[in-house]
Ligand binder design. Structure first.
Ligand SMILES: C[S@@+](CC[C@H](N)C(=O)[O-])C[C@H]1O[C@@H](n2cnc3c(N)ncnc32)[C@H](O)[C@@H]1O
Length: 191
């Protein structure tokens, strides 16, 4: 069965709505660099993390091809994101799971994902957006999705507005979670 829902496109649309040329973005899982390039084309600076040096090499090549030089590549676990943050940021993307066509055992894990998400939610500027794409089809994917949802339920509803998108009836399909940090109780529209 095919699903018209595209988890990455939903995340990109939510981010494009708020991201502007003077802003700063985090890519918590750089992978093949598609999200990093998407962000780098729309803002002043991107901080892109990955635990795999081989992934970051691919990202570097993709950035060179696109003539983008506003990305700081960080070879570290995103659970240590606070050690690398040198300026305020407006958006963050988490595209969880493993790198396609790569070693599936190197994947995001519930504990470090939730730790990174907490740091990012605490530090993202008001009016900012965090997207989390959770994949449920691989080993450990459901547990990680559950951990993310449990964490999200702890967020202060006076500060954070949460939207979830997905083919909810289909257990193995991805879920895109969009977290808005409200601006004086409202939403920022990029204007
Ligand atoms: C689904 S891929 C990301 C896809 C990517 N955003 C893109 O546009 O191609 C997930 C990536 O997360 C990385 N990763 C896994 N655990 C991580 C962690 N704790 N910190 C940072 N990166 C991690 C993996 O190495 C993998 O490259």
């Amino acid at each position: 069965m095919t699903h018209s829902f595209n988890a990455v496109r939903v995340a990109h649309e939510a981010i494009a709505h708020v991201l502007g040329p003077s802003m700063v973005a985090l890519d918590a899982t750089a992978g093949n660099g598609y999200d990093t390039v998407f962000l780098a084309k729309r803002c002043r600076r991107v901080y892109a993390f990955d635990i795999q040096a081989s992934a970051l090499k691919k990202v570097q090549a993709r950035l060179k091809k696109e003539a983008l030089n506003n990305v700081m590549l960080i070879h570290d676990n995103h659970a240590r994101v606070d050690k690398h943050l040198v300026e305020p940021f407006h958006v963050a993307m988490f595209n969880l799971g493993y790198l396609p066509n790569s070693d599936k055992s190197v994947k995001t894990e519930p504990h470090s994902t939730v730790r990174a998400l907490k740091i990012v939610c605490d530090n993202v500027l008001e009016g900012g957006v965090i997207t989390v794409i959770c994949y449920r089809g691989h080993a450990g994917g459901n547990e990680e999705t559950e951990a993310v949802q449990t964490f999200i339920n702890t967020l202060d509803s006076n500060v954070f507005l949460i939207r979830k998108y997905g083919a909810c009836a289909h257990k193995n399909t991805p879920l895109t979670i969009v977290i808005h940090k409200t601006l004086n109780g409202g939403l920022y529209d990029g204007s």
